[in-house]
Design a protein around this ligand. Structure first.
Ligand SMILES: Cc1cc2nc3c(=O)[nH]c(=O)nc-3n(C[C@H](O)[C@H](O)[C@H](O)COP(=O)(O)OP(=O)(O)OC[C@H]3O[C@@H](n4cnc5c(N)ncnc54)[C@H](O)[C@@H]3O)c2cc1C
Length: 362
């Protein structure tokens, strides 16, 4: 089987299927190494259903090192979970991962599916799994009548700062803190420090700032075009005037220590801005092609359930494809779609109340 996209959804689907005896080739356009300051909540019990007990424990440890009383208040890091899943995938003998292999074209015929990568290789298999994220190429073939996620009308700034780098003498936050003023929402969350420490003063502070007032900037820089959210902006894409404006607004709008953390990220020019997209699917399968994760459903991150739903997709896909050979695959994939379509739709719809109240046209 082929998987396009080797981030969390693709890795989980690949590991789940490889553990059942399927041969998997995963094609990922990026490098293996991925720094990220994002945070997720991860349940070891849920991961165990597809990774098995050893890989699940190891992945959860990498994502959320525990060393103190405050540990339960500290969410898992995206980067730690990604690393844990990569290691689990690398230890599966039936799974091959190819990085820097961008899938440029996909198709299917009576005998199977194929994917052509940028380096000219043509890969063939019984099934192609699209785990290629919110701008999925595989979705163009699965749902050609509506291939694109739409811009939701607001953006999200994300960064992380080390507590020890902040000039702050007050009480450190104990857990997730949510603030809302005007067209802005801030989620602040402590993360384990680089050494795994969860002791206040030695951790990192992650921040996610939903901003309904800078759509025009994202359009000017080409990150949003028409109704489509094309790509994120790195802080190095922003000129000093824009960065200084954000820092001034953070200082005015958010309490300490969050404004210190945001100011620190801006001073280091180390944060990203993401235009938020949404996609309610009408279908997840076309013949031997199937979608999982953000390729299948794009909710606002405000739902906090994108990862958990991707995990459920991977578990259901592995279950439906258990003991199937190539000839049975389309039937098994149709059963996957019948099970997963409603949860995928409900996930996205559940976030649209927030998006509609928050989004601003520009
Ligand atoms: C800013 C933000 C915050 C979030 N916060 C949360 C949260 O708090 N809680 C939560 O549960 N979920 C959250 N999510 C959602 C969650 O991260 C995802 O649902 C989950 O990680 C599954 O993502 P994915 O693997 O499907 O897609 P992605 O992470 O987008 O991965 C897609 C992969 O496919 C690769 N790719 C794309 N095109 C090609 C191609 N043509 N060829 C080869 N490879 C390709 C990409 O390089 C990438 O590695 C958030 C998402 C975002 C964007």
């Amino acid at each position: 089987m082929l998987i396009a996209g080797g981030s969390l959804a693709g890795l989980m689907a690949g590991i789940g299927l490889a553990r059942q005896g399927h041969r998997i080739t995963l094609l990922e356009r990026a490098d293996r190494h991925r720094p990220s300051g994002a945070a997720l909540s991860v349940s070891e019990a849920a991961l165990r259903t597809i990774l098995g007990p050893e890989h699940a424990r190891a992945a959860v440890r990498m994502a959320a090192p525990r060393d103190g009383e405050a540990a339960s208040a500290v969410p898992s890091t995206w980067a730690g979970l990604y690393e844990g899943l990569c290691r689990a995938a690398e230890s599966e003998p039936r799974m091959t991962m190819r990085h820097r292999a961008r899938v440029a074209e996909v198709g299917q015929d009576r005998g199977g599916v194929w994917a052509r990568t940028d380096d000219g290789h043509r890969h063939r298999a019984d099934v192609l799994i699209g785990a290629d994220g919110h701008r999925s190429l595989v979705r163009r073939t699965v749902a050609p009548e509506r291939p694109d996620a739409s811009f939701a009308g607001y953006v999200l700034w994300l960064g992380v700062a080390a507590e020890r780098d902040l000039d702050y003498a007050g009480r450190w936050p104990g857990g997730l803190d949510i603030r809302h003023t005007g067209n802005h929402v801030l989620l602040g969350y402590p993360l384990a420090g680089p050494d795994g420490s969860t002791a206040p003063g030695h951790r990192r502070l992650g921040w996610a700032w939903y901003d309904g007032t800078r759509n025009a900037l994202f359009r000017r820089l080409g990150a949003v075009r028409g109704q489509i959210a094309h790509h994120s902006l790195r802080s190095t894409d922003l000129d000093k005037g824009v960065r200084d404006g954000l820092a001034r607004e953070a200082a005015k709008r958010w309490p300490r220590p969050w404004r210190d953390a945001i100011g620190n990220s801006i001073d280091r020019i180390d944060f990203v801005g993401t235009p938020i997209a949404e996609y309610v699917p009408d279908r997840l399968v076309n013949g031997r092609m199937v979608l999982v994760g953000d390729a299948a459903h794009v909710p606002t991150p405000m739902t906090g359930r994108g990862f958990g739903t991707s995990l459920d997709d991977a578990e259901a896909l592995a279950r439906h494809l258990r003991d199937t050979d190539g000839s049975q695959a389309p039937h098994a994939l149709a059963a996957y779609e019948a099970e997963r379509l409603a949860p995928a739709q409900n996930l996205v719809l559940s976030g649209q109340g927030f998006s509609r109240s928050f989004a601003r046209p520009a």
